[in-house]
Design a protein. Structure first.
Lengths: 247, 312
């Protein structure tokens, strides 16, 4: 059974078509990069997988079952600016907040919850900073807090939205390594990104999206310039293509 | 007036309104301090303002009909909070514009209604600026009971409120009922405002909601501490404010708010980590205070236990 299976997905937003006929599947162990220009529907696709928006047609299956909010199987890592970093909260409480839905109304976190948070912090190497106010962390550390928050639910799928944005190269590289090992441990990881170099470097598979899937394959198989000009709407002389060839 | 005189007056049966006013002022300050923490952290001070204005027509109707002012205000305020929550689902008009529309409309309605009552000028002033006289006994119980309900709901929903404050999208994906939690929070803010109206007044009640919580935020980076500090600051401000107001014959609402504001200014100047004085002190001359804005800069890899290569 596939970790994630998207069949013939159509999504409209405000009456306009955003995604058409999207077919995509992920297996455990894969780290897939979702590339496309602004407005291509990358974040919309993630939100559709999370069942946060209504779809027009098609279906999304996680571990063979339709998704709905609150389902345990998906760990979501939104863009860093979605989180209120000025909130007075420690790193471990921020990670615990990811389990709010699981803990349930009128209940307090129990032993199992704290263990899950501890494991997640260990996994992203933030254990030493767990009592630090979240707002005092650097960009790379913040990204790892959000990853730990998703991991605290022990998901089989991780959805990462632009994890590299605004981070310097060394930090990107370290995060890329983290995502690779999270996938190798048996999770299916889907990551949207604008960072071509990081994506080509760390992803096992790349998906080019612009309202529909333009290409889907290993980085080495996507050398055809036509695919990239079509996805990003750039000219044949764009520096983007030099990057693709170099990578 | 000395503290002893104030205590004597508090227990003087001829001045029975004074302990009642004190009880209501302190209770409502405590409740507002707790609820105000969410208001400050979510940056929804404007909603508090809207609700404070919106309760006015309800209070006016209750006044004209000789009903309970607290009850009338609660109904009108809750109705407005619901309207704002529902209308703000349509993203074409932003929340702050909606609040602008509804709060002024509600306030206008209140003025029109109350102008129908004979001798409205005096009562209008009482609504706007608060008063310590003429509080009926049943309001004392109503305020106490409502305050307890508010605090229990905060305790029950705290975890969910925090999650929604932190990250709405993530909360949705966890299956939390974000819309209903928003409504619950708006209603709690409304109730906290309504029970404070009597002593503080319609215009000044916002300060009770925002000022203690904002001062507490300056003093701590821990939410639990903040949610204990804010009601303490509020309660003490109410006590000291009422004492000063009674001693110097100043308006009670205004005096309480000024005391709370003094606490806020003191926190802003002298807070242990974020205070202006400490930051000036620590920083050698020539460095710009603006350096503090990027927390990432304070954690150079060399100094952090969690140096970057640890991820490997």
């Amino acid at each position: 059974m596939r970790a994630l299976e998207i069949e013939k997905l159509d999504v409209d937003l405000g009456g306009r078509p955003v995604l058409r006929d999207v077919q995509l599947h992920l297996d455990r162990g894969e780290l897939v990069g979702l590339l496309g220009p602004n407005g291509a529907g990358k974040t919309t696709l993630l939100r559709a997988i999370l069942a946060l928006i209504r779809t027009r047609g098609g279906r999304v299956l996680v571990e063979g079952k339709p998704t709905r909010p609150g389902r345990a199987g998906i760990g979501y890592v939104p863009q860093r600016h979605e989180f209120s970093w000025d909130f007075p909260i420690s790193v471990e409480q921020a990670v615990m907040s990811g389990r709010t839905g699981r803990i349930g109304l009128l209940r307090r976190p129990g032993v199992a919850d704290w263990r899950a948070v501890g494991d997640a912090l260990d996994r992203v190497q933030l254990t030493e900073l767990r009592r630090r106010p979240a707002g005092e962390l650097s960009g790379g550390q913040r990204q790892r807090v959000l990853v730990a928050r998703a991991l605290a639910l022990a998901p089989s799928i991780l959805l990462l939205d632009e994890p590299f944005t605004g981070l310097d190269m060394p930090t990107q590289e370290l995060l890329g390594d983290l995502f690779t090992s999270l996938a190798q441990e048996g999770r299916a990881v889907l990551m949207t990104t604008h960072d071509l170099v990081a994506a080509v470097d760390s992803c096992t598979r790349l998906v080019l999206l612009n309202r529909r899937i333009i290409a889907d394959g290993r980085p080495a198989d996507l050398q055809d310039a036509e695919l990239w000009t079509q996805t990003f709407g750039v000219s044949a002389t764009s520096p983007l293509l030099k990057l693709v060839r170099a990578a | 007036m000395s503290i002893t005189d104030f205590l004597t007056d508090l227990f003087n049966p001829d001045l029975a309104f004074l302990p009642k006013a004190l009880a209501i002022a302190v209770m409502s300050s405590i409740v507002c301090g707790v609820v105000g923490c969410y208001v400050v952290l979510r940056g929804m001070a404007f909603i508090g303002d809207a609700v404070a204005h919106a309760v006015f027509p309800g209070v006016a109707v209750a006044f004209v009909l000789q009903g309970s002012l607290v009850l009338g205000g609660a109904v009108a305020g809750t109705a407005t909070a619901l309207l704002i929550a529902i209308f703000s689902q349509n993203r074409r008009v932003k929340e702050d514009s909606l609040i602008g529309v509804f709060l002024v409309a509600a306030f206008a309605l209140g003025i029109v209604i109350i102008s129908q009552a004979p001798g409205y000028a005096g009562s209008l002033q009482q609504f706007l600026f608060g008063s310590i006289t003429g509080i009926p006994d049943r309001d004392l119980y109503l305020v106490g009971g409502t305050g307890l309900v508010i605090l229990s709901l905060v305790l029950a929903l705290h975890k969910e409120f925090v999650a929604v404050c932190l990250d709405r999208e993530m909360s949705r994906s966890m299956g939390l009922p974000v819309f209903w939690l928003d409504i619950a929070l708006y209603v709690l803010v409304t109730l906290a405002v309504v029970i404070s109206l009597q002593t503080i007044g319609n215009i000044l009640v916002l300060a009770l909601l925002i000022t203690p919580a904002a001062a507490a935020r300056l003093l701590t980076d821990r939410l639990a501490v903040m949610m204990l500090l804010a009601p303490t600051i509020g309660g003490v401000s109410a006590l000291v404010g009422l004492y000063l107001s009674w001693s110097y014959d100043t308006p009670v609402g205004g005096t309480i708010v000024l005391v709370a504001t003094a606490v806020f200014l003191a926190a802003w100047l002298f807070a242990p980590r974020h205070g202006l004085v400490i930051r000036r002190w620590r920083r050698p001359a020539g460095h710009d205070l603006g350096d503090d804005t990027d927390p990432g800069r304070q954690l150079s890899p060399a100094r952090t236990p969690d140096a970057a290569p640890a991820v490997r």
